[in-house]
Design a protein around this ligand. Sequence first.
Ligand SMILES: [Zn+2]
Length: 301
Amino acid sequence: MKIINNDIFVNNLGLIPVIIPIRTIRKGNRKIAVIVGMHGEETSGLLVINKVIQKLSNKTNCEVNFILAANTLSQTMRTRVSPTDLFDLNRVFPGNMGGEISQRIAAKLLEFCLEMDLVIDLHTFDGQCPVVGIFMNSGNNSVKEDCLKSLSSMGVDCIWQLNFNSSDEVKMSGALGPILCDKGVHSIAIEMPGHEIITNTQVDLITNGIVNIINNVPIKAKNTPIISKINIRADFSGIFNSKIKVMSRVKKGQNIGNLIRMDDFKKISIMSPEDGLLVVNKNNHFVFTGEILASIGTKAH
Ligand SMILES: [Zn+2]
């Protein structure tokens, strides 16, 4: 199977050319993009892409574009934001070809993705988590239906439905996925654990889901829970301890872990604000004031 180098040149930064590195398998008319590295420190998606490429056969009848790093600048620094303009690339879409370098990368990437039939954007959560599919909850009903069908046929553990009315998620209106859906391009995203803790089973689950979508294998959609995500944030800096496994059901008011305050090493109990599923657990993290220490998934409406 021939892999073509299909890089997009964005511009120079000083004397360094800024590109969007793309490897393409060109077969057939249907076009799919799989994106990694929208956030530079998130590299688990590369484990998935490697396995997807191994599994694709000559029978694959679809053009697949693997975007190996949407933001090469932040990947070089292993940071979430671009090192020169400090933008989070996934908050500046639709971008601006006359703007700062991150805005120009966004504009070029959007232009490329608008030619696709489907875009799959791979991300990681900080902390322990299941495989979470993101439903953009944007676009017309047919786009929404297609996105939900793809997510549930991928076999993800749960589907996080974006809620632009939530103060935590209003900023997602500048993410690539919702803008693509609004423009009629079927777009989903996957959140997975970071490379230090992701399991082979999780990598295989995402790989098989993507390969089946690429090969257009009809898969019966599963009855996957669709959630709204409620973030529990630290009211002071401390070490978070929690023994609860992700995807466990928790009750409103239940202790989900303890935060050890750094001022006096006092242990403060952290309670779940709602009944739901524990979907992010930052056990053993040194959490700063205002940072997420856990997230609960409640039934989405
Ligand atoms: Zn991300």
